[in-house]
Design a protein around this ligand. Sequence first.
Ligand SMILES: Cc1cc2nc3c(=O)[nH]c(=O)nc-3n(C[C@H](O)[C@H](O)[C@H](O)COP(=O)(O)OP(=O)(O)OC[C@H]3O[C@@H](n4cnc5c(N)ncnc54)[C@H](O)[C@@H]3O)c2cc1C
Length: 452
Amino acid sequence: MAASGVPRGSSAPLRAAATGVPRGSSAPLRAAPAGVSRGSSAPLPAAPGRTERVEHHRERFGTFLEIEIGPLEEELARQDVGTPFNPHLDEAGRMHPAVWEARREAQRRSAAAGLYAPHVPGAHGPRFTRPEMQHVEEFVYHRSGLGLGLAALAWTEGPNDAVEYCTPAAREHWVDPLKRAEITAAFANTEPSVGTDVLAISTHARRDGDDWILDGHKAWITNAHFCDVIQVTAVTEPGAGTRSLTMFLVDANAPGVTRGRDIPTMLDDGLTGELHFDGVRIPAEDVVGEPGDGFALAMTWINWRRMIRGGMCAGWGQWLLERAVDRARTRTVGGRPIAEQQVVAHMLADMDADVYTARAASLQLQVDLEALPGGPAAVPLDPAGPRLMSLLKVVNDEAFFRVADRAMQVHGGAGLRKGSPEEKLFRIARNLKIPAGTDEIQRNAIARGLLR
Ligand SMILES: Cc1cc2nc3c(=O)[nH]c(=O)nc-3n(C[C@H](O)[C@H](O)[C@H](O)COP(=O)(O)OP(=O)(O)OC[C@H]3O[C@@H](n4cnc5c(N)ncnc54)[C@H](O)[C@@H]3O)c2cc1C
């Protein structure tokens, strides 16, 4: 018996059985994918989410970067206040106000051009799906590198899936201005002594007539220093488990709100800080969703940050890979380019493998998340969702960390130079494994999903 299971000497066609094409037929042995004729110059079928509106968005974003962002970057460079990703800090350790203002101007221009927040409905028409967003995010991260252009696509300070559950009054007051980039937000969940264990937070709110009164202390909050509105999670029904928290939209300039100290991190961007709430009065219209929805809404926000990892890591990873290829070709040691050293060439190959596989896995995960009943931002999220979200985060965090590490190694000492893109992205890559849920917590969620 041959290995194939076809008896030796049998007259059965050896390959036709598998393809269904009789021997001697003039039909091609392997059919081309639908819509692609062999040998023709027709394009391959597009990847999931690579829709016409995505192509259009990417094209317009590219033009926007040149026409609108380029001059802003030049103006920033003239001021000697650092760069968007390596800003000088003010005396309180916060991002230099001129850098912050350049980012804000990039956001306002982007919103006016209809480019800022395609991930949420109503900012620039119907929302883009997650596979579509991965292509947009990858494009923006790849093309912008560490430039000002990144601020032009809504980041943690922008509109998000969780605030879509707001009241009509809050939409007018907070959410629509967020979509127009007139204001910025912060998401305040973590506290000085509670990060991972979200249900153990102590910030609390009690009813006072129709209003709520908020007291507590939040820490490690991105955009604490500059935000106009804060999405705060607080205990409203102690002991009610996953129904014990409520999310509020809090005016960052309301009486009782104090912006605390900056918390310097290895990111060195002067954007992470503390917030204090001392008897802050919140109108009923600024409750997001229903009282008790806070935990699920916090997860909605956190999951948004996990999902953007796909495009972010593919875009930045590809950028680092291209820079590493260039460096390997042009850096000579002993009169020969280091690319001729197999160990160096293999580092490039490993980077390529990581970028390619993380991108492909992410795209499939985005398709699966989009197909969940209710979609990826449903409250409550379909029970199949948490495992997929966590896979997306952990696959990207780990692949991108390896890519950033190798990028630095290929660059040698130049990669370690403070302020170089390799050095900064290595610090960012290390950071990614902690916020939006540590990678250990992602593994817990993946295992729970498998074992449920
Ligand atoms: C730069 C930066 C920006 C941030 N921005 C924000 C923000 O905008 N808003 C916000 O609310 N928060 C923000 N955070 C906070 C961030 O979400 C938390 O740091 C993160 O959730 C981890 O919490 P922790 O630091 O308290 O770690 P801990 O909870 O103390 O965890 C410490 C270690 O123990 C492990 N561990 C803990 N519990 C378990 C468990 N059950 N199973 C297995 N391992 C476990 C963790 O994985 C980790 O390795 C930010 C943090 C940083 C560094």
